[in-house]
Ligand binder design. Structure first.
Ligand code: NAD
Length: 495
């Protein structure tokens, strides 16, 4: 089913769809060589209008009864599902994600984010604290959460509606308003998602959308009236954003280095399946991809043989075909990086095994053996369909190589020994370590985020709500009895 209706080409500011004042941006589908749409980009003045619209809408939105806010957020779940197929088709056209992957993105992740945020905000509890500062029973200390205000949401191309939905759902559920700058590679599908907030009944100005390239995101981050920044994207962009954001609250989800460790006692078939998912799902364009596979020498040859067999069976090609298991890369920037990393590995002595010939952004599933930690492919995020295999001779060596990285998002360890699983899991510096599961495994209610240059903070469920609310303490004196003696600590010391 191709999307045939008129596509949104404007920005959403204060409930109105307005033409951005900047030049037209061609949204290109690299794999189909089509121009999907022409969207007017926003200028700094447009960004300012969007931020002001969010600012004006915020007090009223935060002032709604919580159950009313929650009803609207929950309604968004239903509306996204109702429009799911056209959203999935558009993401496939824009980014080259396979139609199965985009349906999963919509129905498993994007839409349920609204349901989950609506549930989670009801459980975002405050607390009362004991009074310890004086010898009297006069004080009541009450801790609650209040929204930070206006949140900038800047998102990447690989899960364009999922990552945005997670952020927007939690930000608005907790009483914030949002200005969203989606990826230029998925700007049409993201605008289609933005249209749905009105259908769900959201008041004007609660969710605003600005369009364009990096400079539009930069204008948003720098804007004085933005209170918090949510960003998911590359480490290089994240570092720029972090510097520009100054004292604004920040949640940054950046690149990954995904080590998958396969120890001598591992279930090799399970480890091979983990590598196929970790390296070839979404053609490897996942922050949690298996970027380095560290395989013990005792099982190395068996692992490589089985991985080759399994990879040869993958159906690669047209992302709109439901039978396709791996599609193309999204864009030429990604293609150039993947090609550079593979050629660097080849030049330094790795064996390159490809299951097909590179054809534009259709890059074949690729296995590299004989990879060493110095090669670029093992040092920097590749973000492509490549399984680089490093042979290791001990568990300690695996830990050392895995931790020799600036990044630290997801890692995976395959072993049948419980003690080893704990020891290695605890020794790895990564934000998440999956035992006997692919690096790509995550849970929508568990904290997600990386260490080092993989990010700042944790997203999902309560961790998201904590970031996008301020902790507010109310100290109340009942004022119905004399003030208490404050010499609490001196008296204790004298006792
Ligand atoms: P990118 O950094 O190129 O772009 C992401 C967004 O930032 C886009 O909307 C872009 O227009 C905007 N942008 C660019 N420069 C900016 C600036 N100076 N100020 C503000 N905004 C700016 O990333 P990408 O290529 O779209 O996505 C791939 C990267 O995202 C990979 O590194 C991947 O690991 C990472 N990623 C991380 C996670 C995570 O949860 N850790 C999830 C998905 C993707």
């Amino acid at each position: 089913m191709a999307v045939t209706r008129e596509l949104p080409t404007k920005a959403l500011i204060g409930g109105m769809w307005v033409t951005g004042s900047g030049p037209l941006m061609e949204v290109r589908s690299a794999w189909s060589e089509r121009v999907v749409s022409r969207i007017a980009t926003c200028t700094a003045a447009d960004v300012d209008r969007a931020v002001q619209a969010a600012r004006v809408a915020q007090p009223g939105w935060a002032g709604l009864a919580l159950v009313e806010r929650v009803e609207l957020v929950r309604e968004m779940h239903r509306v996204v599902v109702a429009h799911g197929e056209e959203l999935a088709q558009m993401i496939t056209l824009e980014t080259g994600k396979t139609i199965n992957e985009t349906r999963e993105e919509i129905y498993e992740y994007s839409a349920p984010s609204y349901q989950k945020a609506a549930e989670e905000v009801l459980r975002h509890r405050g607390m009362t604290l004991p009074s310890t500062q004086e010898r009297a029973n006069n004080k009541r200390l009450i801790l609650s959460h209040r929204p930070v205000g206006v949140v900038a949401v800047i998102t990447p191309y690989n899960f364009p509606t999922d990552i945005a939905s997670i952020a927007i759902a939690h930000a608005v559920a907790s009483g914030n308003t949002v200005v969203w700058k989606p990826s230029e590679w998925a700007a049409t599908s993201c605008a289609m998602l933005a249209e749905l907030f009105a259908e769900a009944g959201f008041p004007s100005g609660v969710v605003n959308l600005v369009q364009g390239y990096g400079e539009v995101g930069a204008a948003l981050v720098e804007h004085d009236d933005v209170d918090a920044v949510f960003f998911t994207g590359s480490t290089a962009t994240g570092e720029k954003i972090s510097r520009a954001a100054g004292l604004k609250k920040q949640l940054l989800e950046l690149g990954g280095d995904g080590p998958q460790i396969v120890l001598a006692d591992a279930d090799i078939d399970a480890a091979v399946e983990g590598a196929v998912l970790g390296c070839f799902y979404l053609a490897g364009q996942v922050c949690t991809s298996a970027e380095r596979i560290l395989v013990h020498e005792h099982v190395h040859d068996e692992f490589v043989r089985k991985l080759k067999l399994r990879t040869a069976s993958l159906r690669v090609g047209d992302p709109t075909d439901e039978a396709t298991e791996m599609g193309p890369l999204c864009n030429d920037t990604t293609l150039a990086r993947v090609t550079k990393h593979v050629e660097d590995a080849r030049a330094r002595g790795a064996e390159v095994i490809q299951f097909g010939k590179p054809d534009g952004v259709f890059y074949p599933p690729t296995i590299l053996t004989g990879v060493t930690p110095e090669m670029e492919i093992a040092r920097n995020e590749t973000f492509g369909p490549v399984a680089p295999i490093i042979k290791i001779s001990s568990t300690d060596e695996a830990i050392r190589i895995a931790n020799d990285s600036d990044l630290g998002l997801n890692a995976a360890v395959y072993t049948r020994d419980l003690a080893t699983a704990f020891r290695v899991g605890e020794a790895l510096q990564h934000g998440t370590v999956n035992i006997n599961e692919s690096t790509n495994y995550w849970d929508q209610l568990a904290p997600f985020g990386g260490t080092g240059k993989s990010g700042v903070g944790r997203e999902l469920s309560q961790w998201f709500l904590d970031t996008f609310t301020e902790t507010k303490l109310l100290n109340i004196d009942l004022n119905d009895a004399p003030k208490g003696d404050r010499r609490v600590l001196r008296d204790v010391a004298e006792d």
